[in-house]
Structure formats: structure tokens, C-alpha cells
Design a protein around this ligand. Sequence first.
Ligand SMILES: Cc1ncc(COP(=O)(O)O)c(C=O)c1O
Length: 412
Amino acid sequence: MTSTAETAPVPWESHVGRGVHLYVDGRRYIDCASGTFNLSLGYALPEVTDALHAQLDRCAHLSSELTRPKSQEIFGLLRPFLPDHIESHWFRDLTGSTANECAVRIAQKATGRTDVVSLFLSHHGQSITATGMSGNAFRQRSFTLPFAGSLKIPAPDCANCFYRQTPHSCGMLCARRLEDFVEFASSGRVAALIVEPVLGNGGNITPPAGYFSVLREICDRHGILVIADEVQTGFGRTGTFFASTGFAKDLKPDIITFAKGAGGVGIPVAGVLMRKELDVLEPWEHSTTSGANPLALVALEATVKYIRDHDVLDNVALASKLLKDGLTELAADFGSVGAVKGVGLMLGFDLPSAAAVARFIAIARENGLIVRGSRYGFGNTVKVRPALTVSEDEVQDILHTLRTSLEQLESE
Ligand SMILES: Cc1ncc(COP(=O)(O)O)c(C=O)c1O
């Protein structure tokens, strides 16, 4: 067995999180990656943990027939934040990977077709199916992936355009060529296109204006369903509750998947949202015995209520502006900082190479700031994604430490 994971030489109990801060053996870090982007509301928010403690004392497990009414109630809370045409749900998952598998099952069953189109540089999870759909070889090469009906098309990565075009000259080739792939690279039975509104792991790639409507128009013409993988972008991360009602609204997805931030303080919970006519699965066709467990549902409910009742989306707008302006200033001041990209609190900036990113992450960690890179694709993006509850002062702290760390990087 080979492992690249570093084991923290500190006792387990010495990891304590509060808000955007993680304390490791008493040392304080600002966690600007929100764990692995799971902590939408930061560490240990009392409004969520109190509800979890109370539920733990009642019961941690119930069979799914007993949890169904609670799922329905939570879907009711989510409805005002969804596109109008999304009227059904399937809350039987704990991970984004299996939620995406559920979406594929729905699409296949509803259309009677097989294939799924995804994007280069995409990440849809690590189950066999989700790995097969993801657009990068490094997680695939050691395995036989039996999901044959998956094909990939170039991503809307203007900084590294597959077609060697510029945004002014390209005529949105990356979207328009979908039609050629359907005709010449598929089995002719394409059930769905799956898209991350921002390609998070691929390097925080934010598609240009107009991209989503071109995809939607082609999918409509070919009877292809659109799945929005909102595992990273959902629950307020891009400034609206789902990207599909905000900057990616032209995608008009038929199915939306969510996970990660849905558990607020890191509790695993995932789900699928869809058009009413896509509510086609029988209860035994997609579920796990731990899916929709009471702790997951209580975390989900408390998270939706907190975002709704505490102006979290307004805070994202405010913090996003401060952070983006600050990052843009850093880009002006440091030659090594390239494009600043992203929306809401899903921001990032490029450094010259993957090696520079790795070194920068290590320097920032020494300075008390946790940021993550992008192992996928070109690997030269630093992702900046604090909890959605981050305060103005904390944003200033983040910017200050980024500046200090960039000074160190450039002086080496
Ligand atoms: C966009 C996206 N989809 C799906 C997944 C898979 O989610 P999980 O790790 O919960 O299985 C991830 C995880 O990083 C993701 O970023």
C-alpha cells in the first residue's frame, strides 16, 4: 500500500473547531477550505450541534419508512430556494458520489437511454460510476470502470482553451461541439449531461456568460436531461441557495444533486432534487440503510433554517465582494498571482505552477491559514472558500495572511 497522507502528530482530541477557526493542539488556523468544502456554516455552530445532540438522545437510526415524513418536511423548507420546476426529491444519500449515481439512475430510467456526457476536468465522486463520469485519468487508471456509457467533452476553461480560442473568437465551441459528440462519440442513446456550475476540483473554472443556455438548448433539442451537480456549489456557496437559481440559472437543470455543505457543520447528508415527472424510482431502487438517517436529516433541516433565518446569503454577498476585491489587489501587487476566479465564496486564484501552489499551501499553513489546491487538471489554482458565516474581520485576516504568504513565496 502506498500513501501520501500525512498523519498529524497530535492527539485526536486536540482538533477543535469553532466557526472558521480550527485549533490543532492549541494552535489556531483560519480554515479557508471549510474542511473539504463541507463546512458551509463553519465548525460546531450551536444552532446545528444543539439539534444534533437532542436527536442523538432520541435516536440515531430509524428505518426509511419512518424518516420519509421528515424528508418531505425538509423538502418543503427547500422549495422556496429551488427553480419552480423542481418539485420532487430523493433524500436517501450521504455522499455526493451516490447522489450523482441516483441522478444517473433517474435519467436512465426516465429516458430509457444509457449514456451520460460529462466534462473534462469534472469531478463527480469516487464510487465506480462517479469515477467513470469524472473527467480526469489519475483516479481511473488503476481500475476497470464498468460504466461504459460515459463520454466527456472539453470544459469551458477559457484560460486553457481546448480549441485554442479566445473568449472573443470562440463562438462558444466548447458548448456547441456537444452536438458533434452526441452524434459521433456516443451510442446515440444519451440520457443526461452532468455539469458542475463551477468546476471546483478542476480549478474553480467558472463558465463564461452564455455557456449554460447553449448547453440547455442543445440538450432540449436532443431530449437529453441536464443534471446540475451542486455538491460544491449548493447551499449558498455561490451567493444564491443553489447556483441553478443564480449565475447558472440558464442551465435550467432537470435534476440537481447536493451534498457537502448541506450538513452545515460537516454531517454527511446528500440528496437529489428533480422535476415531478422524473420521480420514477421505486424505494428499493436507490437507497442505503444509513441514508436519510435522523442525524443527517436533522443537520440538513437545521442548516436550511440557519441559512434562511440568519441572512447567510447576504453575508456571502458582502464577504465575497471584500474577498474578491482583496484578491484582485493581490493579483495587482504580486507577479506570481494570475487570474482571480469564481463567484460568491467559491473563489480562487492561479499561481504559475502546481509546484508553486504546493509550496504556497505549506507556507500559508505555517502562517495559520488553511487553503487547498486543485489536484485535477493543471493544478495551479489556490482555492479560497471560508465558511459562509465568515465575518468582515476574518476576511481581513485571510487577506493579510495571503499577502504575507505570497511575500514569502516570491522571496524564495
Ligand atoms: C462537484 C462534486 N461532486 C461530487 C463529489 C463527491 O462527493 P462525495 O465526496 O461526498 O462523495 C464531489 C466531492 O468532492 C464534488 O466536488
